[in-house]
Design a protein around this ligand. Structure first.
Ligand SMILES: [Cu+2]
Length: 147
C-alpha cells in the first residue's frame, strides 16, 4: 500500500517537472527588439528582433500574438524578379545554438489593426508560440529607427 501511494504521489507531482527530467524548459532569448508603425492612414506596422536559441535542441516557432493588435504573423519580405513581396510564414525553425534575425527588408512580425494608438517609446508585449507547446515573450518598443 505504501509503495502504491508513493507511485500515485510521483505521478501527481510529475507535471511540476519538465518532460526532460526536472530542469525548467529552455526557451529562446530575444535581443534588440523594436517596432515601427506605418503612417496613420495605414493601420499596420512591423516588429524586428533577434531570436537566439541557446537550448540544446531545435525549436519551431508556430505563431506570434499580441493583445495590442488585431492580427500578428510571421512575415518575410523577398525580392522576386525585382519586386519586393511579403509572404506569411506558417512556421519558423530556430536550430539549437542558432539565431534568427528579423530586420527591415527581411523577416518581420507583421502587425495589423492596432487596438489603440501607439506612441514612440510605448512597449508592446508579444508572445511567441512554439510547436512543443511552450512559449516565450518579448517586450518590443515603438521606435523610429533600429536600436
Ligand atoms: Cu509583412
Amino acid at each position: 500500500m505504501r509503495s502504491l501511494l508513493a507511485i500515485i504521489f510521483m505521478f501527481a507531482v510529475s507535471p511540476v517537472h519538465a518532460a526532460d527530467g526536472g530542469t525548467p524548459a529552455c526557451r529562446p532569448g530575444v535581443s534588440s527588439p523594436w517596432l515601427r508603425m506605418a503612417p496613420a492612414a495605414m493601420p499596420m506596422g512591423a516588429a524586428f528582433l533577434t531570436i537566439e536559441n541557446r537550448c540544446g535542441r531545435d525549436v519551431v516557432i508556430v505563431g506570434v500574438e499580441s493583445a495590442d493588435f488585431g492580427s500578428t504573423s510571421l512575415h518575410e519580405t523577398r525580392l522576386e524578379a525585382g519586386v519586393s513581396r511579403m509572404r506569411a510564414l506558417p512556421q519558423l525553425p530556430v536550430a539549437a545554438g542558432g539565431r534568427v534575425e528579423f530586420k527591415p527588408g527581411g523577416l518581420h512580425i507583421m502587425l495589423m489593426n492596432p487596438r489603440h494608438n501607439l506612441r514612440l517609446g510605448d512597449t508592446v508585449v508579444m508572445i511567441f508560440r512554439l510547436r512543443d507547446g511552450g512559449a516565450f515573450t518579448a517586450s518590443v518598443p515603438l521606435r523610429d529607427t533600429a536600436p
